[in-house]
Design a protein around this ligand. Structure first.
Ligand code: GRG
Length: 304
């Protein structure tokens, strides 16, 4: 029987996301028990369990399962990527960075616990992420996979990863950006961790080199797509809400894809990225690739 295209296959995407998010949430809850000193563990739990979409850990799980690995092999590193994502949000919200009061619909960590504790909660989550992989993953997969995944994750976060994106973003404030500078920021601030989430999933699942590279390219497209859509939604939402919010442009001082290339071209770019992401999946069995296929669609066609 000829293979069906993923579009023709029945796939209950929302059920899939709900099921996986519940598993991730339970594992995250277990990963930070409330112990002494109470305040730091409360602050870590406050942001970690504040209810994000869990896109990164679900990408890890889906990638591991795509290359034939069981969920239990990937759960520790799936939690680790969410810990790192959460700490990056805590630090990004600090008064010395974006100075935000709200995150995931709740007061930011520093608003509740104070700046000093928020910095430490971020540090502790970053450290715990690596400890968690080293102590938990090692119980279920070989040490060579664990070491490789730790290296991948470390590189994605550090001064050539998330931190690189953030510093270039900070340094470019108040200055005009060109398209390649904007792309650099997004590839580092957003795509790197999505890429590591996917690649670590493939590594834990025992994928081969070719699978690692294909899914790395998939993740990079999805990461950039995430930001292009974010920029597009920012324009379309603020024009929809014109009148209600007096047309408040949320990113008025920032470079965005629609600003640099125009709204139509930005939409075309997003379409091209989702096509390219799906092309990387065409090598895999359609049924097994369905979660990653629909995750790309979800990111491309989300409304907020
Ligand atoms: C990582 C060591 C280290 C320091 C932090 C502050 C910083 C360096 C980097 C900033 C990274 C940042 C805030 C990137 C934006 C990422 C992004 C796309 C956030 C939104 O992600 P969603 O939509 O959010 O997945 P939820 O809340 O659903 O998890």
């Amino acid at each position: 029987e000829p293979q069906k295209h993923p579009e023709e296959l029945e796939f209950q995407f929302e059920d899939y996301m709900d099921t996986k998010a519940k598993i991730v949430n339970q594992a995250l809850d277990d990963s930070v028990p409330l112990r002494h000193p109470l305040k730091i563990h409360e602050a870590m739990r406050y942001s970690l369990l504040a209810g994000g979409k869990r896109v990164r850990p679900i990408l890890s799980i889906a990638s591991c399962e795509l290359v034939g690995g069981d969920e239990e092999l990937v759960l520790p590193i799936a939690c680790a990527v969410e810990m790192i994502h959460t700490m990056s949000l805590i630090h990004d919200d600090l008064p010395c960075m974006d100075n935000d009061d709200l995150r995931r619909g709740k007061p930011t960590n520093h608003k509740v616990f104070g700046e000093d504790t928020a910095v430490l909660a971020g540090d502790a989550l970053l450290s715990l992420a690596f400890e968690h992989v080293a102590t938990r993953s090692i119980q279920v997969v070989s040490s060579d996979r664990v070491v490789r995944a730790i290296a991948e994750l470390g590189a994605a976060v550090g001064s050539e990863g998330l931190v690189a994106g953030q510093i270039v973003d900070i340094e470019s404030e108040g200055r005009e950006l060109n398209l390649s500078e904007l792309e650099y920021i997004h590839l580092h601030k957003t795509a790197k961790l999505l890429e590591a989430s996917v690649v670590c999933g493939v590594i834990m699942g025992g994928g081969n080199e070719m699978e690692v590279e294909r899914l790395r390219r998939y993740a990079r497209c999805v990461g950039l797509l995430f930001q292009v859509i974010d920029d597009i939604l920012d324009v379309t939402k603020s024009s929809e809400e014109l009148g209600k919010t007096a047309g408040k442009d949320l990113k008025s001082d920032k470079a965005t894809y629609p600003k640099l290339m125009g709204l139509e071209k930005a939409k075309e770019f997003a379409d091209a990225l989702v096509v390219k992401a799906k092309e990387e999946l065409s090598y895999f069995n359609g049924t097994k690739a369905a979660p990653l296929y629909h995750l790309a669609n979800y990111i491309a066609y989300r409304q907020n």
